[in-house]
Design a protein around this ligand. Structure first.
Ligand code: ATP
Ligand code: ZN
Length: 840
């Protein structure tokens, strides 16, 4: 026996610290950080990640032993572990939260409970309740049964009592077994090699293929891939070839042998095998070239560089040049985007240059595709499921290190990187980079900056409307700053005009929610064969259903919020809990028929517009139309192809879309953006208006933006109209400084929730009192948030406003103690308490 070795292990549970275990002699040589191991916890076995190797000062008699190593190589790399540590500390979450957020399903383990018979032949039995007898009979017959199969409902009390009775008699035993989460079988896809797609390729192939079935199957695959844009990375599923393509497995393998089909395990949305050469890069304009050189210089001296370029200045083109340079050094690029649903355009632009070297990691991928990509990145390409012999992933010729460019929403920062060379955060100002639930409640951009620092990789933030925090960091010299003040080529920033809706109504120059000015502009644009985007940041038809006589408003029974009327289904919906109710025929309070719909949602905009301008062909882009897997893509695609000429949408239409024929952008109700009780309201409103307006006139024709408002005198409209980010910034930063808001202080929001009001009240009062003793007037509240009740739970919020001079780490320490102490109070243990650092 050598000297004992102890390790600490992070378990995917809500535990604040890793647990310590002893390593058996035979496993000692293999212990490294990031390995996945099996350890005992209480009565059960649990998979966990090795956190520290060599923990001192332990008593070998009390420490339990590691049972097994579950994967031969680390599933979490060193850089990831360091990021976990930072995130858990900064965002007040547990390392267990990090495990759950990081590992794809195919690398996680499930626990199953089995009820096993203890005797092959039953001994004479005492008399027992009927339920127990019946249960014993079933177990005895099967020898062992999964617990969930034995109980009619999970945790059913009577059944659990009967089970306990049998266990006490020693007739059955409960056993826990651990197994790898099953991942669905990886699908097989086929691609057509590049040479066949080139001119004349098909003809030549078909001349040389004599077999009729092969002929047909190949022609089918070819035509489908041409339909998909003829890109070499496009792929078609085996299932489709077998059915629509009328192929047989024999035909497919013959075509494969001839090199006419290339087998891959990945959907084209993912990445494919061929290691293609880089396509042609666009030639940068002189200002773009200069910006590129400035960026490169800045990235040598600054960890983070902000590229502030107006809408349509060609930031994406500059990224592409930087990516090409990074790939040329044999390194990877992480490209973060706020919302993966809207990224088809950007994927297309990157694939046009980098082909299959682009990989996309998003929620539409199946568990097995995600696991494959994760494994490929950690250097275990193609063999990710080696434990699961029942479903071998077909061999692919992909490089073992996975794609070189990884396009992803915020969770991309959690992936394993072994040769990262550049991180790009596109549209860095987007507040959707922040995860609000569940923990870790992290900001993707900020986590990316830390990741860059940990790995020694430059981080590039790009946007036309920087977050106030980022711009300040740039002005202060913490970040490098490169600016592009003009659009690419002949394109100019659009002309912005305000429409006074109060005046329009008074003069009878409004129809429904449209001013006549806006209607005329839409008609004119359509007549000239241009396209239009209309922005209204609310989905549904109308946000209120109200009684004109008694003032009653339809509200959600589970949440403190009015119900939104949706035309589709003619019903009232809660946007928070999903509750749906039919539209009442009369007011439930006063029983008169005076109900009317108030307010404006995208469906109503659509309805009014089609009535007012019947020639318009309208598409809608909001959460309701994008729920299906391809929803957003199909609306965006139809608009790109000109099948529709008016696109109506929520903030989704403000995100980096590049359409060549949009001449007009209309903002229907700008006031709804501005009058929000939030210190970030002005920032969000400015960014939204500048971004959505920035979709207009992106080619030669001058674009026009019409903003409808009741209060045109507000300064924000001047900043938007003059495209003056600087004016916006100077005003906003002064206001933030005066009030001590970020970036002049940190905010931490503590939310308490419970089904009973008195429980939340008591817990919040205690917690706030505890915090106030230590932190004084940094503590605000408790107060009811905008939504005092959501999903039948009452909510109270305590806000910490922490000056920059104060150590955030010290405050977090106090906060965690305060929460522990609150949970220990009588009646408070079931109150849910969540902490959100830097909430948005
Ligand atoms: N050097 C170039 N050569 C050819 N086309 C270019 C060049 N630079 C930009 N463009 C074109 O101009 C349009 C706007 O560029 P791009 O989408 O890259 O701008 P952006 O700064 O990313 O815009 P936004 O911030 O509004 O999303 C695109 O259609 C792009 O292809
Ligand atoms: Zn609700």
């Amino acid at each position: 026996m050598g000297t004992p070795l102890y390790i600490s292990v992070v378990l995917p549970l809500a535990l604040s610290t890793p647990y310590t275990y002893a390593v058996p002699e035979e496993l000692k040589g293999q212990m490294v950080r990031g390995l996945q191991v099996l350890v005992p916890l209480g009565e059960r076995l649990q998979a966990g990640i090795v956190w520290q190797v060599g923990v001192n000062g332990l008593d070998s008699r009390t420490v339990r032993k590691v049972q097994a190593i579950l994967d031969p190589t680390p599933v979490v790399l060193e850089g990831q572990l360091q990021l976990w540590e930072w995130m858990a500390e900064y965002y007040c979450c547990t390392l267990g939260d990090m495990v759950r957020a990081t590992l794809p399903a195919g690398l996680r383990f499930d626990r199953d409970a089995y009820v096993c018979a203890c005797y092959p032949e039953l001994p004479p039995l005492p008399s027992m309740p009927f339920l127990a007898k019946e249960m014993l009979g079933r177990v005895q017959l099967a020898k062992e049964l999964k617990l969930e199969l034995l109980l009619p409902v999970k945790g059913d009390r009577d059944y659990m009592k009967a089970l306990k009775h049998l266990m006490d008699l020693g007739l059955v035993a409960l056993e826990e077994r651990i197994r790898r989460k099953s991942t669905p079988r990886a699908k097989i896809y086929y691609q057509v090699p590049r040479r066949c797609l080139e001119r004349g390729g098909l003809k030549e192939v078909l001349q040389n293929v004599k077999h009729k079935g092969q002929h047909r199957a190949f022609a089918y695959a070819f035509s489908r891939i041409v339909e998909m844009g003829g890109a070499t990375m496009a792929s078609i599923s085996r299932g489709e070839l077998l059915t629509q393509g009328q192929a047989t497995p024999g035909i497919l393998s013959a075509l494969e042998k001839k090199g006419l089909l290339i087998r891959t395990s990945f959907d084209s949305a993912f990445y494919t095998a061929e290691n293609e050469e880089i396509g042609q890069l666009t030639k940068l304009s002189a200002p773009q070239q200069q910006a590129l050189e400035q960026l490169q210089a800045s990235m040598r001296t600054h960890g983070v560089t902000l590229l502030h370029g107006v809408t349509g200045s060609g930031k994406t083109e500059i990224y592409i040049h930087l990516i090409a340079k990074t790939l040329a050094q044999g390194k990877q690029v992480l490209y973060l985007l706020p919302e993966i649903a809207l990224t088809e355009q950007i994927i297309g632009r990157l694939r046009a240059v980098f082909g299959s070297r682009v990989g996309v990691y998003h929620s539409r991928l199946s568990d097995s595709e995600r696991t494959s990509l994760y494994n490929a990145l950690r250097g275990m390409g193609g063999r990710g499921n080696h434990h699961d012999t029942s479903s071998p992933i077909p061999e692919t010729s992909s490089s073992p290190q996975g794609p070189d460019i990884i396009l992803c929403a915020r969770s991309g920062v959690l992936l394993p990187f072994s040769r990262l060379g550049l991180v790009i955060v596109d549209e860095e100002h987007e507040m959707s980079f922040k995860q609000s639930s569940p923990a870790p409640r992290y900001h993707g951009r900020n986590a990316a900056i830390v990741l860059g620092r940990l790995l020694g990789v430059p981080v590039l933030l790009g946007t036309a409307t920087p977050a106030v925090e980022s711009y300040r960091n740039a002005l202060e010299g913490k970040y490098g700053l490169v600016e592009l003040t003009g659009r690419y080529g002949l394109s100019m920033l659009p002309e912005v005009e305000l429409v006074d809706m109060a005046e329009a109504r008074a003069k009878n120059l409004a129809r429904g929610h449209f001013s006549v000015v806006l209607l005329d502009a839409v008609e004119q644009a359509l007549r000239d064969n241009y396209q239009v985007i209309l922005f209204q940041n609310r989905r549904g038809y109308a946000p209120y259903c109200q009684c004109a006589d008694c003032g009653w408003v339809a509200t959600c029974p589970n949440c403190d919020v009015s119900l939104t009327y949706h035309r589709v289904g003619n019903a009232l919906h809660c946007h928070y809990c999903g509750h749906v109710a039919p539209l009442p025929l009369e007011c439930p309070e006063c029983h008169r028929h005076s109900l009317y719909l108030q307010g404006l949602g995208t469906q109503r905009v659509e309805e009014e517009l089609t009535q007012l301008i019947p020639t318009a062909s309208v598409g809608r882009l909001d959460l309701d139309t994008t729920k299906g897997a391809e929803g957003a893509q199909s609306v965006i695609g139809q608009f790109s192809d000109g099948e529709i000429n008016v696109l109506i949408g929520t903030q989704m239409v403000a995100k980096g879309l590049d359409f060549s024929r949009v001449r007009l952008v209309g903002i229907l109700n700008a006031d709804a953006l501005i009058c929000m009780p939030d210190f970030r309201a002005t920032e969000r409103a400015f960014q939204l208006m500048a971004q959505v307006g920035g979709r207009a006139g992106r080619r030669e024709t001058l674009g026009r933006v019409l903003i409808q408002t009741q209060r045109p005198e507000q300064p924000i409209f001047t900043w938007v109209a003059q495209h003056s980010y600087t004016a916006f910034y100077q005003n906003t930063i002064a206001e933030r400084e005066a009030l001590g808001y970020p970036p002049f202080g940190h905010l931490v929001a503590i939310m308490l929730r419970h089904g009973k009001q008195e429980r939340v009240d008591a817990a919040a009062a205690y917690l706030a009192g505890y915090l106030r003793q230590q932190l004084g007037d940094m503590v605000l509240g408790p107060q009811a948030p905008l939504l005092a009740r959501v999903c039948r739970e009452f909510q109270l919020q305590i806000l910490l406003k922490i000056p920059l001079a104060k150590s955030l780490a010290a405050v977090r320490g106090i906060l965690l103690q305060a929460i522990t102490s609150t949970r220990a109070q009588k009646g408070c243990s079931t109150v849910k308490i969540t902490v959100d650092v830097d909430p948005v």
